[in-house]
Ligand binder design. Structure first.
Ligand SMILES: Cc1cc2nc3c(=O)[nH]c(=O)nc-3n(C[C@H](O)[C@H](O)[C@H](O)COP(=O)(O)OP(=O)(O)OC[C@H]3O[C@@H](n4cnc5c(N)ncnc54)[C@H](O)[C@@H]3O)c2cc1C
Length: 393
């Protein structure tokens, strides 16, 4: 039997890639550092460009019961809650071939994990961290660190789907210039019980509140029982690195006073019992993701700030492209990886840039904000949605 393709990391990217590559007829060994495969964080918006692919992977029957389909996205002026534009999502399926959906991360992860565990060509190993590797003579020899020590595994190819601080990327590009750096933006995330929010904020709709130097996104999850809230602020200080800090709602609301948010928004922030601190990191863009029989995927290849809600969606697009590259019978790993990279590099880079620009636009203050709000009103909900046709189609 030929050596498997090893995928490092069983996040949304790695699990989707395992499914796509196995469906293309290759054997996969999925190696995950954590002892248990579970998502940290709460909500995830899955836009139609990723929804179509998940359906194509045969997951629709399992996903539909755990998904929530918001009716609209309300773009609001953060200081008084005025709706500047309402993006009606009812026609998304007809226009883009899949609906806009939101998931609890753990639910989406579980559906992917169940499908991967049930696939005969996928083996999953947890509590195992991919370390360094050599790529020689068409084989990758990698060191995997587990409880029992270090094991050497021979793979026909290695896919680094090991997230923003990717070890595979670190070995592929061992240079200081490629190190992750703080983006100047920090997120706070919490789940708020629906009954703690006003009726308007409990609706099955996504909301985006724009403040000078900050913005807030929230949407309901799990049949509307909880509301996923993310507060993002521009701040030169990253706080305590990547350490997970937690704040209660009253304290976070006090630190937000300087942005003068609407009372309804303050009440929502106060209702969060434990807000988790999430400094956002970036990495320099790459001109290539693959070298020989090693490649990168998802956040490991193209980490992005989350203002287009596309990080996981782009990882899912990567997975589909990787699977497609293996469909050609007998294709060599190196060829498949470079085909994959060629088909994805430019689009992923465009999404990374557009996400960053979106953040700057959201955080405008003074005259810039007034001009932006006028432009949003002039464009209207339909114009705002169609502006993203390039992304969702
Ligand atoms: C506040 C916020 C909101 C977001 N909202 C959205 C959204 O609405 N929609 C959207 O599409 N995206 C969103 N994103 C982005 C999305 O969360 C990420 O882009 C996505 O989770 C990346 O998936 P991944 O599989 O590439 O990486 P990860 O999810 O980071 O998974 C990497 C996996 O690799 C494992 N690992 C790490 N190192 C090793 C190793 N050496 N060996 C083995 N395993 C290893 C880790 O344990 C982990 O399981 C958001 C991000 C943030 C911060």
């Amino acid at each position: 039997m030929s050596a498997p393709i090893v995928i490092a990391g069983a996040g949304i990217g790695g699990l989707s890639a395992a499914l796509a590559v196995a469906r293309a007829g290759r054997r996969v060994l999925l190696v995950e550092r954590a002892a248990r495969i579970e998502e940290v964080g709460a909500g995830l918006q899955i836009a139609p460009n990723a929804g179509r692919i998940l359906a194509g992977l045969g997951l629709e029957a399992a996903l539909a019961p755990v998904a929530l389909q918001p009716q609209a996205i309300n773009v609001r002026r953060g200081r008084d809650g005025t709706v500047l534009a309402r993006l009606d999502l009812a026609g998304a399926r007809a226009r883009y071939g899949a609906p806009f959906r939101v998931y609890h991360r753990a639910d989406l992860q579980q559906v992917l994990l169940d499908a991967a565990s049930a696939h005969p060509a996928i083996e999953i190993r947890t509590g195992a961290r991919v370390g360094d590797f050599d790529d020689r003579d068409g084989m990758v020899r990698l060191r995997v660190h587990g409880e029992a020590g270090v094991e050497e595994i021979t793979a026909s190819g290695l896919v680094g789907a090991d997230g923003q601080r990717s070890a595979v990327r670190g070995h592929l590009l061992p240079t200081e210039r490629d190190a992750p750096f703080y983006s100047g933006l920090t997120a706070w995330r919490a789940l708020v019980p629906a009954e703690a929010a006003s009726a308007a904020l409990r609706a099955r709709e996504n909301n985006l509140w724009l403040l000078p130097g900050a913005h807030v996104v929230h949407y309901p999850l799990r049949d509307g029982a909880v509301i996923n809230v993310v507060v993002i602020v521009s701040t030169p200080r990253q706080g305590d690195g990547a350490a997970i800090l937690s704040l209660d709602g009253a304290t976070l609301a006090r630190t937000m006073e300087r942005y003068r948010p609407a009372p309804e928004l303050v009440a929502l922030i106060e209702a969060g019992a434990a807000w988790r601190h999430w400094p956002l990191f970036a990495r320099p863009p790459l001109k290539f993701w693959s070298r020989g029989a090693v490649t990168l995927l998802g956040d490991a290849a193209h980490p992005m700030v989350p203002f287009l809600a596309q990080g996981a969606a782009q990882a899912i697009e990567d997975a589909e492209a990787l699977g497609r590259a293996f469909l050609q019978l007998g294709v060599r790993i190196e060829t498949a990886f470079s085909t994959y990279e060629r088909s994805r590099l430019a689009r992923a880079a465009r999404v990374v840039r557009a996400s960053r620009r979106q953040g700057d636009y959201f955080h405008l203050g003074g005259l810039g904000a007034a001009g932006r709000d006028l432009a949003i009103r002039a464009l209207g909900g339909r114009g705002m949605l169609w502006r993203n046709d390039w992304l969702y189609r």
